[in-house]
Design a protein around this ligand. Structure first.
Ligand SMILES: [Zn+2]
Length: 381
């Protein structure tokens, strides 16, 4: 990070953690049993295996360190500050992570990209190939946009519905958080859930992700709903060969009633059957990031802490329908600051439209400056 960016980030985060330290402490249960970890503005790497006696110590540490990223363990330990194998694991929250970066099957049709130079760190509009300054070949980098987050939001809603309907978890027993960047976390921390071992957690992952799915597991009622979708679909997320097979199946199914279609499925060749199973899997699976749920020692971003790559805070989401990811989690200062933007696509931030900017000096709110610095496209002048 450029020195001016470091000085600015440290200052804005210091101010933030003075204001929000208590809020963070309030949202972490059983502080003395957790492992804490942070990354700071001026030093690379993660400082792990920290233990804090109580909320006062936690607030003190946040004010002193003003972390760029701040995490706690989902697990509760007897000795949280010791090395992994000496910590003495007691139990752990059940954590689900929905992150568009890890989507395998969902189509994300509205992604924005920027091009950047690995040598001079300058950014350019999409469709630029070569860095103007150093003639280096540019790399594409995904931009964080609202449209992707709406996809993540839909997936998070599907997840909470399944937890509610298939696992009987009442809404009041799960907390939905915006992750601070490209997704959502769902945390379950009731006693009967916390003592689930790793293998039970892996079973839950398999259920959500439909691992090893087989057509014979499907309820006819479910299949009927899938068939309706299938007939209207364009199979965009499949490759050319698979699309051809799916279109041929669709042709056979057109003008057939539901029970005829179900009989037809029974007669599929093994190849067609496996492609159709893949179709169902892609449509029905929940895109949770598997290791986050199955790893019982996982660190997770602390509630109300700032995500250093976006300047957005990880906050609980009360009403998911009304939640605006580029407004509600903006808790950093809104004072104005001048910065130079290498390149950024058009972005709507706290209901204002900015950009596209290319090689421009602008006066912007500090919270948005932090967003741009976190994305690596701007520096303070
Ligand atoms: Zn360059």
């Amino acid at each position: 990070m450029k020195l001016a960016n470091q000085v600015f980030s440290r200052q804005i985060l210091k101010e933030y953690y003075f204001l929000y330290g208590n809020q963070i402490a309030k949202h972490i249960k059983e502080i003395p049993k957790r492992e804490f970890a942070y990354a700071s503005v001026d030093r690379p790497g993660l400082k792990r295996h920290l233990s804090l006696e109580n909320s006062e110590r936690l607030c003190d540490m946040l004010k002193t360190v003003s972390p760029l990223h701040f995490y706690h363990s989902g697990a509760y330990y007897l000795f949280p500050d010791k090395e992994m194998d000496a910590k003495n694991w007691i139990e752990a929250d059940l954590i689900f992570d929905i992150d568009v970066d890890h989507f395998e099957n969902k189509d994300l049709p509205n992604q924005d990209f920027i091009e950047y130079c690995k040598l001079c760190y300058n950014c350019f509009p999409p469709s630029t190939d070569i860095c103007i300054k150093c003639n280096n070949k540019l790399k594409s980098k995904l931009w964080l946009n609202q449209k992707d987050l709406f996809e993540a939001k839909n997936e998070a809603m599907r997840l909470t519905n399944i937890l509610n309907q298939s696992f009987g978890v009442h809404e009041t027993n799960m907390t939905l958080y915006f992750s601070g960047s490209r997704g959502f976390h769902v945390i379950l921390d009731k006693n009967e859930i916390k003592n689930l071992d790793q293998s039970s957690r892996m079973d839950i992952v398999d259920y959500m992700r439909l691992t090893g799915y087989n057509l014979s597991y499907s309820e006819p009622k479910d299949l009927k709903n899938i068939l309706k979708q299938f007939i209207q679909d364009d199979y965009k997320i499949f490759d050319k060969k698979e699309r051809k097979i799916l279109e041929a199946i669709k042709k056979k199914m057109l003008n057939k009633d539901e029970s005829e279609s179900l009989t037809l499925i029974q007669k599929f060749s093994p190849k067609n059957r496996s492609i159709f199973e893949k179709y169902i899997k892609k449509k029905k699976m929940i895109e949770i990031d598997a290791p986050v749920t199955s790893d019982i020692h996982r660190l997770i971003r602390a509630p109300y802490s700032v995500h250093g790559k976006s300047g957005l805070s990880k906050i609980p989401v009360q009403d998911v329908d009304l939640f605006n990811p580029f407004s509600d989690p903006v808790l950093l200062s809104r004072r104005k600051i001048t910065l130079k933007i290498s390149y950024m696509p058009k972005t709507i931030f706290i209901d204002n439209e900015y950009g596209p900017y290319f090689n421009e000096v602008k006066e912007l709110p500090e919270c948005f400056a932090m967003f741009l610095i976190g994305r690596g496209v701007a520096y303070i002048v």
